[in-house]
Design a protein around this ligand. Structure first.
Ligand SMILES: O=C(O)CCC(=O)C(=O)O
Length: 199
């Protein structure tokens, strides 16, 4: 698998790996089409005493009972794996050695859809989760920074895989910021472990 280390000098210790052509164009196009059929939902989040729409669409697929609560506010209940998502999960496991029980999809409809600085350390994923993130569609900037440090930028391409290794969620924050550039839809699939649900 071809791997690109994008920031060998400026950020030698980033706990991530980026594989720009994890899927070839045909595979990525086909998966993008499949993702159009997934059950996307507009969730609401409660922050600072206010309820507001999450600035992107979301979906979740995975093992039965592997519910996922984030920001103490948004509860995602997985639908059963589609065969395309299960195949992709197994392929990522074969390539990385990490196992996953859910996949959360994010759909960024325009440059105004985003996800702010955060880590993914929900207890339901267990201690020091590895998270694998596949990008499809328009390229968007993904930023990652050590807590209190400077961000490094990745441009996540159609068919790419970004792996956040165990420990990353305790030491680093990441985001996909808004952009005023005209960009069309981007879909992101984040494969995650889970300690609950039915085995
Ligand atoms: O869209 C992305 O690349 C990142 C998604 C993300 O940060 C998340 O789902 O927690």
């Amino acid at each position: 698998m071809q791997q690109l280390t994008l920031f060998p000098e400026s950020a030698p210790t980033l706990p991530v790996n980026y594989y720009p052509e994890f899927l070839n164009k045909e595979e990525a196009d086909e998966l993008y089409q499949h993702c159009q059929e997934l059950q996307w939902q507009q969730n609401t989040i409660r922050m600072l005493g206010k309820t507001m729409p999450v600035p992107r669409l979301e979906c979740i697929y995975g093992d039965e009972g592997c519910d996922y609560l984030y920001s103490k506010s948004v509860l995602l209940k997985p639908l059963p794996w589609t065969s395309a998502l299960a195949q992709l999960r197994d392929r990522i496991t074969a390539a990385t050695g990490y196992s996953f029980r859910i996949v959360i999809g994010n759909q960024y409809r325009s440059g105004q859809d985003s996800i702010g600085w955060h880590d993914d350390s929900e207890a339901s994923m267990g201690f020091n989760p590895a998270i694998a993130s596949v990008s499809l569609g328009s390229v968007r900037k993904f930023q990652i920074k050590p807590i209190g440090g400077k961000p490094a930028d990745f441009w996540l391409e159609h068919g790419s895989l970004l792996v956040m290794h165990p420990g990353c969620q305790s030491t680093h924050l990441h985001q996909v910021p808004k952009t005023n550039k005209v960009v069309s839809t981007r879909i992101n699939l984040t494969f995650r472990p889970h300690v609950g649900g039915k085995r």
